[in-house]
Design a protein around this ligand. Structure first.
Ligand SMILES: Nc1ncnc2c1ncn2[C@@H]1O[C@H](COP(=O)(O)OP(=O)(O)OP(=O)(O)O)[C@@H](O)[C@H]1O
Length: 152
């Protein structure tokens, strides 16, 4: 199979791409408030369209609520927050990558599109397994104590 390799961008092109003005962007957030607005609309989009994101948000809320109710030490709550938050973050990146791939290949099948989407989904899966492991290790023992011994 022959490989076509494109030439590197000229210095002029590079400047246009990397300049702070970001000339290739259709719109650039001009202030912090607008940046938050766009970020929030991304989160809302993922929540409305991605079933997995909604499931992860519910599990995140449940894990943090249980940690607080069971009076886990702040460090343990933080660890649960970091690991579960990472799942949500990767789910958002997965959604972004899916959109980019769809934008580029549209309805066409492409092996590289498959690899990109499968690896991004794999990253979410790995982080979710780690989060479940960590939350299980930290939440289950005190939860079982409360259920079986009634000890808070
Ligand atoms: N253009 C494409 N070319 C090749 N394979 C594709 C293409 N689009 C999707 N696929 C395959 O279909 C699978 C499902 O696609 P989808 O866009 O739903 O991504 P996903 O990451 O599985 O979605 P979600 O995270 O929402 O479950 C991908 O993981 C990939 O294997």
């Amino acid at each position: 199979m022959s490989q076509r390799i494109s030439s590197p961008p000229s210095n002029d092109n590079l400047e246009a791409i990397t300049t702070k003005k970001r000339e290739l962007s259709w719109k650039v957030a001009t202030n912090l408030f607008m940046s938050f607005q766009y970020a929030w609309s991304g989160i809302v989009y993922a929540f409305m369209t991605q079933r997995n994101f909604r499931i992860h948000v519910c599990i995140f809320a449940l894990a943090i609520s249980l940690s607080l109710v069971l009076h886990l030490p702040p460090v343990e709550i933080s660890v649960i927050g970091i690991t579960s938050g990472l799942v949500l973050t990767l789910e958002l990146l997965n959604t972004a990558l899916e959109s980019l791939v769809d934008l580029i290949v549209k309805h066409n099948y492409h092996q590289l599109a498959k690899i990109a989407k499968d690896c991004a989904a794999g990253a979410v899966l790995v982080s979710a397994m780690v989060a479940v492991l960590v939350a299980g290790m930290l939440i289950l023992p005190p939860l079982l104590r409360v259920i079986f011994e009634g000890a808070f």
